[in-house]
Ligand binder design. Structure first.
Ligand SMILES: *Cc1c(COP(=O)(O)O)cnc(C)c1O
Length: 382
C-alpha cells in the first residue's frame, strides 16, 4: 500500500495550463491574473478587500508595518502558533507578549489575554489553530475596550467561519498562506483580507515599494512617485495563475477534509487516553486542517516511537508545533522562558501528533490511519 503523506498539494492539467498561458505572454508581474486571484479570493471569503502578497509572513509583517509599530510597542501573540506569527512582530522591532493556549481547541486563551495587556500594548494577534476559529467574541471585547488592532493569522483557516463570517473579517486584518501543505496552494503566496478600505489601500502600496500608482494607472510609462516606505512583497502572475485554478477546486477540497476529519474522529473512538483537539464553539466552523491527538503525559518520552511506528505503517504525520514559540531558542534567549510558563502550549508541543485529513486521502485511508495508530500505541506499550 502506498504511504499516506501528511499533506500533498493536488495539482492538475488546469494549474499547469494556467501557468503555461502566463509564460506564453510577457506579463509576469503587475498583471491581470493577480487581480483575478484577489477578486476570486474576496468572493470566496466575502471580503470587501483582498491584497495578494508573497506569503502569509509578508502579510503579517505588513500589518505591523502599516501600524507603524516599533521599539517600545507590544503585541499579544499566541504561544502555540507558527513562528511567523511572532516573527512578524519582531521584524518591526516590537515585542511579542505570549499568551498560553486553551483546550480543546489549542487556541489563545482569552481569559489570559487581559492580564498581559498593558500601556504599551498596541495589537492582539491570534491564530485559528489547525483551522478552528479562536474565541473572537471574547478577544474582540478586550480589543474594543482597549482600542487594539486585531490581526488574525488565518494560514490554516481557509474556509473557517464564525456564524456566516469568514475568519479574517472579524478582526481588522486576516492573513492567509498558500504554502504547499495548506488548504490550497500557489507554491508560495498569501493574501491579506480586511473590512477596512484604508488598510487595504495603504498595504497595497506598502507591499510594492510605496509607489503611488499601479502600472496600469501610470499615464506615462515608468513615471510614478513614491509616497510611502515599502517592500517588494508582490505575488507574481505565475503564482496567481495556480491560485485561480486551485480556488475553483477549493469547495471540493474543504468538503473532503471535513468528511475525512469526521471519519477519522469516528474511527478513533475507544482510544480513551487520547485527547483529540477540536472545536468547542457552537457557532464556529472549522476548516479541518488536520486531526491532532495528544498522548497521555506518561507517554511523553515515547512520542517519537509512536510516530516511527506510524511511519513504518505508511502513515505520515506532523507536529503542530514542536515548541511553544517562547520556548524556541531565538525567543528563549531574547526574552527568557521558564518551563511551565505556558503549560497548555507545552502539552500540545510535547504530546501532540497531527494526523492527515487532506483531500489527497483515499476512501479507506481514515480507517487505515486509525488502525495504524492503535497498532503504534500497542507497540510502544500504551
Ligand atoms: C504556514 C503558516 C505561516 C507561514 O505562512 P507562509 O505563507 O509560509 O509565510 C504562518 N502562520 C501559520 C499559522 C502557518 O501555519
Amino acid at each position: 500500500m502506498d504511504p499516506i503523506p501528511f499533506g500533498k498539494p493536488l495539482l492538475g492539467d488546469e494549474e499547469r495550463d494556467a501557468v503555461m498561458r502566463v509564460l506564453q505572454g510577457t506579463t509576469l508581474v503587475h498583471g491581470p491574473v493577480a487581480k483575478e486571484f484577489e477578486n476570486a479570493f474576496a468572493r470566496f471569503t466575502g471580503a470587501p478587500h483582498a491584497v495578494s502578497v508573497s506569503s502569509a509572513t509578508a502579510a503579517l509583517h505588513l500589518c505591523y508595518f502599516y501600524l507603524g509599530l516599533g521599539a517600545g510597542d507590544e503585541v499579544i501573540v499566541p504561544a502555540m502558533t507558527h513562528v511567523a506569527t511572532a516573527h512578524a512582530v519582531e521584524l518591526v522591532g516590537a515585542k511579542p507578549v505570549f499568551v498560553d493556549a486553551a483546550l480543546p481547541s489549542g487556541n489563545i486563551d482569552p481569559r489570559r489575554i487581559e492580564e498581559k495587556v498593558g500601556p504599551r500594548t498596541r495589537a492582539i494577534s491570534l491564530v485559528h489553530f489547525l483551522g478552528v476559529p479562536a474565541d473572537m467574541e471574547a478577544i474582540l471585547a478586550i480589543a474594543r475596550r482597549r482600542e487594539l488592532f486585531v490581526v488574525e493569522d488565518c494560514a490554516l483557516a481557509v474556509g473557517a467561519k464564525v456564524g456566516d463570517t469568514h475568519v479574517g473579517l472579524l478582526g481588522d486584518a486576516g492573513c492567509f498562506s498558500f504554502y504547499p501543505v495548506k488548504h490550497f496552494t500557489t507554491a508560495e503566496g498569501g493574501v491579506l483580507i480586511t473590512r477596512h478600505a484604508a488598510v487595504a489601500e495603504r498595504i497595497a502600496k506598502q507591499k510594492a515599494f510605496g509607489v503611488d500608482r499601479a502600472v496600469h494607472e501610470r499615464k506615462v510609462p515608468g513615471v510614478y512617485d513614491v509616497v510611502d516606505l515599502g517592500f517588494n512583497y508582490r505575488m507574481s502572475e505565475l503564482h496567481a495563475a495556480i491560485g485561480v485554478e486551485q480556488l475553483k477546486r477549493l469547495g471540493g477540497f474543504l468538503a473532503a477534509r471535513r468528511a475525512n476529519f469526521r471519519s477519522l474522529r469516528e474511527a478513533l473512538t475507544g482510544l480513551e487516553e487520547l485527547t483529540v483537539l477540536g472545536n468547542d464553539l457552537t457557532a464556529a466552523t472549522s476548516s479541518d486542517y488536520c486531526l491532532e491527538v495528544l498522548l497521555p503525559a506518561r507517554l511523553k518520552d515515547r512520542r517519537s516511537a509512536v510516530i516511527a511506528a506510524l511511519t513504518a505503517r505508511g502513515v505520515g504525520s506532523s507536529v503542530y508545533y514542536p515548541h511553544p514559540v517562547p520556548r524556541l531558542k531565538y525567543y528563549r534567549e531574547k526574552y527568557g522562558y521558564r518551563d511551565g510558563e505556558c503549560p497548555v502550549a507545552e502539552r500540545i508541543s510535547d504530546l501532540g501528533i497531527a494526523l492527515p485529513v487532506g483531500p489527497h486521502l483515499g476512501p479507506e485511508d481514515p480507517s487505515r490511519i486509525a488502525a495504524a495508530l492503535r497498532e503504534a500505541l500497542a507497540e510502544v506499550g500504551a
